[in-house]
Design a protein around this ligand. Structure first.
Ligand code: DHE
Length: 504
């Protein structure tokens, strides 16, 4: 069925079912005369009659938060290259395009539901567990593979980390965000999209094996250390959802609320391997949760925090949670056994702790984090929780990376006029020893090392972008592989071994 046929089908179905008149969401949302009908006629086939998404992404304020209105209007007018989104300038006039843009940025008039039934109905298993060959369909060091998420045209490239050559490229869900999570043996990977989709992909067979939609607006996912469970954390609705990792069957739906019944978004959830648990921080309620799975159900242990938490990080033993306060003015250290705050960190520039890394420096462990709102990298002693050094950078940064075998840590300057630069820090002198500008005028961001710490990949974050391969020792560029806005890159070995220089 082509796009026009799909549109015609959904409109006739809705009209026949009387949905246009009967759906309170659409009837009461009309605002401008006829915009709701216009939406149904032109957009619903791909984006869903209730804007929850379908073949196209969800068109709700939460999901559009990162797209400027003018940009959305341009997409409606001209379409989005390399996607199914066609331009409407020959079908709709300027006024109609403006009205549709306003419409999709309005919250729906009633609460949208994405509960147990919707989640179960969304599950699609294309290859049941055990039905595909257990041998890889290609030759490579399976532990030195990289996945590169290309957010320009929503694809993922699988890369051979020895040869630094692409093996396969496949379409992803719209707007993947956060690190994909590997199964402990590295065979499977789970991707999470901002629209709530979880995709399980079999790397050996280069095939999507199962998908499910966990929420309307999802924050991230975590895979349990034993590989048996996937836990999804949502912004919308206020929920967490537990899945069987084998086929993404829903096992438990956890409303995220406190004892008083107040609900909250989830800032993030991560697996904590030595604790055999997941740790989550809540964004609107001062609580962090430790979640274990018993009889395939989630069991919660609540920790009351002194402040609302944003993203967070752990010490290597998973004894402490190091969290960014939502006010962006400090960080906190919480002892995960007692649930008590043991230290306050003077981190005033909204640290991006999810991107923190650790290493040994003069016989002690230190961690470093970039800041979203300050051109600074803070280096913190993890015994005393004192900031031992603040490095001045050429602007606020997003990601930091290193590897146990490398002398250097890499930090991007994601925001501001110097976004095309990358700093290289000597982990033993705690100084910036080199600043690269690989492609003047184009954002350079996010690094990932190969399993040996000998080579690394850096993204040129542009539709006409690339990943650049560097020698981790000489810091010399070796090659460029063209890609469409490559964002994160994830090395199998580093991830499944929780390498100290990379995100977990
Ligand atoms: Fe991310 C990871 C939160 C905006 C690209 N980002 C994460 C994680 C969190 C987070 C909690 C860790 C999840 C995980 O890996 O399981 N990100 C946020 C925000 O709160 C913020 C600032 C605003 C938002 O709207 O979400 C934000 N993030 C962005 C972007 O604008 C980026 C640059 C582009 C994009 O894709 O949207 C972006 N975030 C990333 C990437 C990772 C990530 C590439 C994984 C990094 C890694 O190496 O693991």
């Amino acid at each position: 069925m082509n796009l026009t046929q799909a549109r015609t089908k959904i409109i006739s179905t809705l009209l026949l079912a009387g949905s246009v008149m009967a759906t309170p969401l659409l009837a009461s949302e009309s605002g401008e005369t006829g915009t709701d009908t216009l939406y149904l006629q032109q957009c619903a086939a791909c984006h869903g009659p209730d804007r929850l998404g379908g073949m196209g992404p969800a068109l709700l304020p939460e999901n559009l938060g990162r797209l400027k209105k003018a940009e959305a209007e341009k997409v409606i007018r001209e379409g989005r290259p390399a996607t199914q989104m066609a331009g409407y300038k020959d079908i709709l006039n300027d006024q109609q395009i403006a009205a549709l843009t306003d419409f999709i940025y309005q919250p729906p008039s009633h609460e949208l539901k994405w509960g147990e039934a919707e989640i179960r109905n969304s599950q699609e298993v294309s290859h049941a567990a055990g039905s595909l060959p257990d041998e890889p369909a290609f030759e490579a060091d399976m532990m030195n593979l990289f996945l590169v998420v290309e957010i320009g045209d929503h694809h993922v490239t699988l890369l051979d980390g020895d040869k630094m050559e692409p093996i396969h490229r496949f379409p992803s869900r719209f707007a993947l965000h956060g690190g994909p999570k590997y199964s402990p043996d590295g065979r499977y990977v789970y991707f999470g999209s901002r629209d709530g989709w979880i995709t399980k992909y079999d790397i050996y067979n280069l095939k999507v094996v199962a998908e499910v939609r966990a929420g309307i607006n999802m924050r991230n996912i975590a895979v349990s250390a034993d590989g048996n469970y996937v836990l999804a954390a949502n912004y919308l609705p206020h929920s967490m959802v537990l899945f069987d990792a084998a086929n993404l069957e829903m096992l438990d739906f956890i409303p995220v609320e406190n004892d008083a019944g107040e609900s909250s978004r989830v800032s993030a959830v991560y697996t904590a391997p030595p604790r055999s648990s997941f740790i989550a921080a809540l964004k609107d309620i001062p609580e962090a949760w430790e979640i274990t799975v018993e009889n395939q159900k989630a069991k919660l242990r609540r920790m009351t925090t002194d402040t609302l938490l944003d993203d967070f990080f752990f010490d290597p033993g998973y004894q402490h949670l190091i969290g960014a306060a939502r006010d962006g003015k400090h960080g906190v250290v919480i002892d995960l056994d007692t649930g008590k705050t043991t230290a306050e960190l003077p981190l005033p520039g909204m640290p991006h702790l999810g991107s923190g890394i650790t290493w040994e420096y003069e016989g002690r462990r230190v961690m470093a984090t970039p800041h979203f709102r300050a051109g600074a990298i803070s280096i913190i002693d993890m015994d005393t929780w004192e900031v031992i050094k603040t490095l001045e950078t050429e602007g606020p940064g997003f990601f930091m990376r290193s590897h146990e075998n490398s002398r250097y840590a890499w930090a991007d300057v994601f925001f501001g006029p110097n976004a095309d630069k990358v700093h290289i820090i000597d982990k033993q002198t705690l100084e910036i020893v080199k600043t690269l500008q690989p492609e003047p005028g184009k954002v350079a961001a996010h690094v990932e090392f190969d399993r040996h710490g000998e080579k690394l990949l850096l993204s040129i974050w542009d539709d006409d972008g690339a990943i650049i391969v560097y020698d981790a020792d000489t810091l010399e560029e070796e090659k460029r592989i063209p890609m469409n806005k490559p964002s994160g890159k994830y090395n199998v070995w580093n991830k499944i071994n929780y390498e100290e220089g990379t995100s977990h």
